[in-house]
Design a protein around this ligand. Structure first.
Ligand code: GLC
Ligand code: MG
Length: 559
């Protein structure tokens, strides 16, 4: 047996309508990240766009997700793929119009899908009106106070004001040329030079973001993904760190530009705004903090709703480590009564089949499917990144001339590897752009590999062994089973070394998930009726000796 479709489930349409009516929808939501540049290109310019997303909403509904998070589609020079925003209230023409965004939200809602948009409050684009004015109006001008402008060190101010490094490599400061042509002040940018950091001590910055929140809430969005949520407030006096290679500390040690206590006041303010709207509008923090406990602080009842669980994303394929991070995450979130979240991929990291495969693509996909089935069994909410439902690998062979990621050009930062997970999706057909754009042979902003014909949505649809049908089955089961979805704990069961097994109980049914993270089959008890398996079950059965859990495989049972 293949392990797929072993139990009856209500139709996705019925389930989705029920879910949409439910309160606390975000406590168990599966949220699908759309990276608009790479999802679907409606007009054939090689760049994905909002009408492209709108056309494919039925696909997402059929997949069985609850919500869509859209990476930035705002007016932007695209120095960092849209995370450099020039106008927070405008849609970049490359992605469409505000009317397209409006229609997208409406159509998503009609299909029972929620829409979360990206909010980038730590920095804007150097083409943002405020920053252009700050440059033009010169030192001492009020506009400069909305950013971090400082005189340089050294006799002629030729050295940066402190030793902070950009996350994309190089110094976090750039010196400007003043209106009179002289070499002048420096401004802070934790990311690319085209992304000046706002000074959140300035009330005008706070007021502007309140207005931006309301603008999108009024348009009907269900929430925000808060970019670099841990970065808004900087330690007073912008103190030196004292050594280089600061990136290596990311998410492990305190840094004066991250996770300062002052950020929480901002999120309490935003929560009041969110709660002022009907329906449950949410915010999810992208916060790389040193500990899960520090992340939980962003999720106190009067702050944000969720935070990405990067500790989980970065955990190795190892039973002990996985169990630890699961327990730790559930414990920390329970403290603040927030749902745990789980994530394996996004637009900033190497896709998980490649990450887990250690150079072996077949093993990587097998582990990725097992990891996904484990993630979807855990209590709380899960984030999917577009294309993972197709089992897409990281594209590792991009030529240098195709590269777009500013991290690649600035050298050290974030490994310069982020283009490889951003390659446009394959939808159909035998050759690039595989239905990403409307014309066979038409362009795509990053080249797609040869050999993706077998990974297209069209090729995988209806094939019960495909990764796409596996995701559809898993998401349908997750909705249907009473013990899956929201919750705050699991009950660990005895399992052989290298395996994890846990149970979840609800009033009207129990569930067991077991994972074998080793390369050899292991025996576990047969817990009940198999709902789904991440790989082919050859010797399934229970002839007294128990159940054979194949290598690198996850199995779900209804108990
Ligand atoms: C976040 C985004 C990333 C972006 C950075 C700067 O980490 O996920 O893509 O480059 O913020 O905005
Ligand atoms: Mg386009």
């Amino acid at each position: 047996m293949t392990g797929h479709h072993l139990a009856h489930v209500p139709s996705p349409a019925d389930q989705e309508r029920d879910a949409a009516r439910r309160a606390d929808w975000w406590r168990d939501a599966v949220i699908y990240q759309v990276y608009p540049r790479s999802f679907a290109d409606s007009d054939g310019d090689g760049m994905g766009d909002l009408p492209g997303v709108r056309d494919r909403l039925p696909y997402l509904r059929r997949l069985g997700v609850d919500a869509v998070w859209l990476s930035p589609f705002y007016a932007s020079p695209q120095a960092d793929a849209g995370y450099d925003v020039a106008d927070y209230r405008a849609v970049d023409p490359m992605f469409g119009t505000l009317a397209d965004a409006d229609e997208l939200i409406r159509e998503a809602h009609a299909l029972g899908l929620r829409v979360i948009v990206d909010l980038v409050p730590n920095h804007c684009s150097d083409r943002h009106e405020w920053f252009r004015r700050a440059l033009a109006e010169g030192p001492g001008s009020p506009m400069r106070e909305r950013f971090h402008f400082r005189p340089g060190k050294g006799a002629g101010g030729e050295l940066p004001p402190n030793d902070w490094e950009s996350l994309f490599g190089g110094p976090a400061w750039t010196r400007v040329t003043e209106p009179d042509g002289s070499a002048g002040e420096w401004y802070l940018h934790l990311f690319a030079a085209e992304q000046p950091d706002f000074d959140w001590e300035h009330e005008a910055v706070r007021e502007e973001f309140r207005a931006i929140l309301r603008f999108w809430l009024d348009l009907g969005v269900d929430g925000f993904r808060v970019d670099v949520a841990h970065g808004l407030v900087k330690a007073a006096g912008l103190p030196d760190i004292g050594h280089s290679e600061q990136l290596k500390l990311l998410g492990t040690k305190p840094l004066p530009f991250f996770d300062q206590d002052g950020v929480h006041e901002i999120y309490r303010d935003w929560r009041r705004i969110l709660d002022g709207y009907e329906g449950e509008r949410i915010a999810v923090a992208e916060a790389w903090t040193p500990t899960v406990e520090r992340s939980a602080l962003y999720l106190r009842p009067d702050e944000l709703h969720q935070a990405f669980n990067f500790a989980y994303l970065t955990t190795d394929w190892d039973a002990t480590a996985l169990r630890e991070v699961i327990d730790h995450s559930l414990g920390a979130m329970a403290e603040v009564r927030a749902p745990a979240t789980w994530v394996l991929s996004n637009h900033d990291v190497v896709r998980h089949p490649t990450r887990l495969g250690g150079g072996d693509p077949a093993l990587g996909l097998r582990r990725a499917r097992a990891a996904t089935l484990l993630m979807l069994a855990l209590p709380g909410s899960a984030y999917l990144y577009q294309g993972e439902e197709l089992g897409l690998p990281e594209v590792t062979e991009l030529p240098d001339e195709a590269r777009q990621d500013p991290a690649f050009f600035r050298g050290a930062g974030q490994d310069g590897l982020r283009d490889g997970c951003r390659v446009p999706l394959p939808w159909s057909g035998e050759r690039p752009p595989y239905g990403f754009g409307p014309r066979p042979g038409g362009p795509s902003w990053l080249p797609q590999p040869e050999g993706w014909a077998k990974l297209t949505v069209a090729a995988q649809s209806g094939d019960p062994d495909s990764t796409l049908e596996f995701y559809r089955a898993a998401l349908a089961q997750r909705r249907a089973h009473p013990a899956l979805g929201a919750g705050s704990s699991v009950t660990w069961l005895d399992a052989p070394a290298g395996a994890l097994a846990f149970r979840r109980d609800a009033a009207d049914g129990s569930f067991v998930c077991a994972v074998n993270v080793t390369g050899t089959p292991l025996r576990v008890p047969s817990y009940g009726k198999v709902l789904l398996a991440s790989a082919y079950l050859e010797e399934a059965g229970d002839a007294g000796e128990g159940f054979v859990l194949p290598a690198d495989t996850t199995v779900w049972w209804s108990v």
